[in-house]
Design a binder for this molecule. Structure first.
Ligand SMILES: Cc1cc2nc3c(=O)[nH]c(=O)nc-3n(C[C@H](O)[C@H](O)[C@H](O)COP(=O)(O)OP(=O)(O)OC[C@H]3O[C@@H](n4cnc5c(N)ncnc54)[C@H](O)[C@@H]3O)c2cc1C
Length: 466
C-alpha cells in the first residue's frame, strides 16, 4: 500500500456526483485536494438510481453533456399520471428535458475529470470514520484503509459528500448541523433495470419518464417507469420509510406484475436506497466543514432527483473553499457564503416543494384523481412550481378553479393556503441572511411557515376522520 500524504487544503469525502464536482473545481483553482471513497475506483458511480438528470446542470457548470457510453437515452420530459391512470399531465419544457445516464460510466467520467483537474491524492477503498478537531474547528478526518490501518488526514476545509448515511454529519459537534434526518422526511426506494427482447418491449412514450401517483400502491412516494434504452426499463417505487421490509413486495405486486406482461425478460440490476425529501439542512456548513449532496439533504423533495443539486452544491462548496483560502479564514463566517448560495438558489425551490410534498403525502387517491382531473394543477403550473418553487395564478384562473373545486371546497382551500405558504417560504429563502448573526431570526420565520402547514395538515386529517 502506497504512503499517504497527510496534509491537504481540502479533503473531499465521497467521490459520487457531489464530491467529484467539488474536488474538480477546487483542484482546478489550484487547491491541494484529497478525494476519498470507500468504494474501489472501478465501482465509483455504481449507485441504485433512476439515472435521470436534466440538461441544465451541464450548461451551468460549463461541462460536457453526457454522450457515448455514458448516455443511455435522451428524454423530452415527464408524464404525470393520476392514481386511476385516467388523467395524464404532460410536463414538457426544454428546461426539464435531459438524459437517462449509464450511472457507472457517468460516475467514472466525473471522477476522471476531477483527477485530470489536478486532485493531488485519490484514495479508494477507504472509509471515513470520524471528524478530527482543532479546538472547535473541523481539521480533518480519521479514515480506515482496506488493510484495516487507521490514518488521520488533516485539512483546512473538509467537504463531506458521503451521501445520506454520512457518519461525519452524525458525529459533528456543531449545533448548527442536524445530525439525524427524521424518517418522515425520507423515502425508501426499490428499483430494477429490466431488459426485454425488442419485440417484447412496447414502451408507449419512449421519450418520457412516467410518474404515477398512487397512495395505496406507493404510499408517500410514487411509481416510476423510465425508459433506459431501446430494450430496457428502469422501474421502481418510493414509499414511506415505515414500509421497510415490505417495499420489495410492494414493487412486485404493484409495479412489476402490473406493468410487465411478458415472461421473457432479464433483471439487469436490482436494489433499494433511501432519499431525503426535505429542505436542505438548516445550515450546510460549520467551522472547517461543508456538507454537499445527500449528506446535506439537497434533493428535490417532489421527485427525489439529487444528481443536479449535488453537482451544483459541489461547485458552490469549491468556490467557497477558494474564497476562504484567499482570506485564510476557514471558520463558519468565511464558509457562510456556501449556505447563502445553496439557500438562495435551489434551497428556495426545495423548501417550497417540501411543503407541497408534505401536503401531497396526505391526499387520498380520490383527492389526487380529482385534483388532476379538474386541472387544479395544470402542467404549466406544476413545471413552474417544480423549477422555481413559486407560482402565481392569475385571478381569473383562481376563480375558474374555485368552480371546478366546488365539490371539494376544503381541498381547494388547502391548496390555496399551501400556494401562499409556498410563495412565502420561497421568498424567505431568497432573502437568506448574508450575515450569520441574523440566521436565528430567519430560521424562526421559516419554522413558523412549516408549523402553519403542519397545522393545516393536522386539521385536514381531523376533518377527514369526522
Ligand atoms: C432508488 C433511487 C433512485 C434515484 N433516482 C434518481 C434520479 O433518477 N435522478 C436523480 O437526480 N437522483 C436520483 N436519486 C438520488 C441520487 O442518486 C442522489 O441524490 C445523488 O446520487 C446524490 O449524490 P451524492 O454525491 O450526494 O451521494 P452519492 O452519489 O451517494 O455518493 C456518495 C459517495 O460517498 C461514498 N461514501 C459513503 N460513505 C463513505 C465513507 N464513510 N467514507 C468514504 N466514502 C464514503 C460512497 O461510496 C459514494 O461513492 C435516486 C436515489 C435512489 C436511492
Amino acid at each position: 500500500m502506497e504512503n499517504l500524504n497527510n496534509n491537504f487544503d481540502v479533503i473531499v469525502v465521497g467521490a459520487g456526483t457531489g464530491g467529484s464536482i467539488a474536488a474538480r473545481f477546487a483542484a482546478e483553482k489550484g487547491l491541494k485536494v484529497c478525494l476519498i471513497d470507500r468504494k474501489e475506483k472501478k465501482d465509483i458511480g455504481n449507485k441504485i438510481c433512476g439515472d435521470a438528470v436534466g440538461n441544465e446542470i451541464f450548461d451551468f457548470l460549463k461541462i460536457k453533456h453526457p454522450k457515448g457510453d455514458e448516455l443511455s437515452c435522451k428524454i423530452k420530459g415527464a408524464k404525470l399520471y393520476s392514481p386511476d391512470l385516467k388523467k395524464c399531465i404532460d410536463l414538457t419544457d426544454p428546461k426539464q428535458a435531459g438524459y437517462i445516464v449509464n450511472r457507472i460510466e457517468y460516475g467514472q467520467r466525473l471522477l476522471n475529470e476531477a483527477l485530470d483537474a489536478g486532485v493531488e491524492q485519490f484514495i479508494d477503498n477507504t472509509m471515513a470514520l470520524d471528524l478530527l478537531y482543532t479546538q472547535k474547528t473541523v481539521s480533518g478526518v480519521k479514515v480506515k484503509r482496506k488493510n484495516g490501518e487507521k490514518v488521520d488526514l488533516r485539512s483546512n476545509i473538509l467537504i463531506d459528500a458521503s451521501g445520506f448515511y454520512s457518519p461525519l454529519r452524525k458525529n459533528i459537534k456543531s449545533t448548527l448541523i442536524e445530525k439525524e434526518i427524521l424518517k418522515e422526511d425520507s423515502i425508501l426506494c426499490y428499483r430494477e433495470i429490466v431488459k426485454f427482447s425488442p419485440q417484447d418491449l412496447n414502451i408507449t412514450n419512449p421519450d418520457y419518464i412516467s410518474i404515477i401517483l398512487n397512495r395505496d400502491k406507493a404510499p408517500g412516494g410514487y411509481i416510476w417507469y423510465f425508459p433506459k434504452n431501446e430494450s430496457s426499463l428502469n422501474i421502481g417505487l418510493g414509499t414511506f420509510m415505515n414500509l421497510k421490509g415490505k417495499v420489495k413486495n410492494l414493487y412486485h405486486q404493484n409495479v412489476f406484475n402490473k406493468f410487465i406482461k411478458t415472461s421473457k425478460y432479464e433483471i439487469i440490476s436490482s436494489g433499494g436506497g433511501v432519499v431525503p425529501v426535505r429542505r436542505p439542512l438548516w445550515s450546510c456548513a460549520a467551522d472547517g466543514i461543508m456538507f454537499v449532496g445527500d449528506s446535506a439533504c439537497q434533493v428535490n423533495p417532489l421527485h427525489g432527483g439529487g444528481i443536479d443539486p449535488s453537482m451544483r452544491a459541489g461547485f458552490y462548496a469549491a468556490k467557497t473553499a477558494v474564497a476562504a483560502f484567499e482570506k485564510e479564514d476557514f471558520s463558519i463566517k468565511a464558509l457562510w457564503n456556501y449556505n447563502y448560495s445553496v439557500m438562495t438558489s435551489f434551497g428556495a425551490e426545495f423548501a417550497s416543494l417540501d411543503l407541497l410534498r408534505m401536503t401531497l403525502q396526505v391526499l387520498t387517491n380520490e383527492e389526487l384523481n380529482f385534483a388532476l382531473k379538474q386541472d387544479l394543477f395544470s402542467g404549466e403550473e406544476i413545471l413552474e412550481i417544480s423549477s422555481t418553487g413559486e407560482f402565481e395564478l392569475p385571478i381569473l384562473s383562481m376563480v375558474s378553479k374555485a368552480f371546478k373545486g366546488i365539490t371539494k371546497p376544503n381541498l381547494l382551500l388547502d391548496l390555496n393556503y399551501l400556494r401562499i405558504r409556498m410563495n412565502e417560504i420561497s421568498k424567505l429563502y431568497k432573502n437568506f441572511p448574508m450575515d450569520i448573526n441574523n440566521f436565528d431570526e430567519w430560521k424562526n420565520r421559516a419554522i413558523q411557515i412549516y408549523d402553519k402547514i403542519k397545522k393545516m395538515l393536522i386539521n385536514t386529517k381531523k376533518g377527514k376522520e369526522l
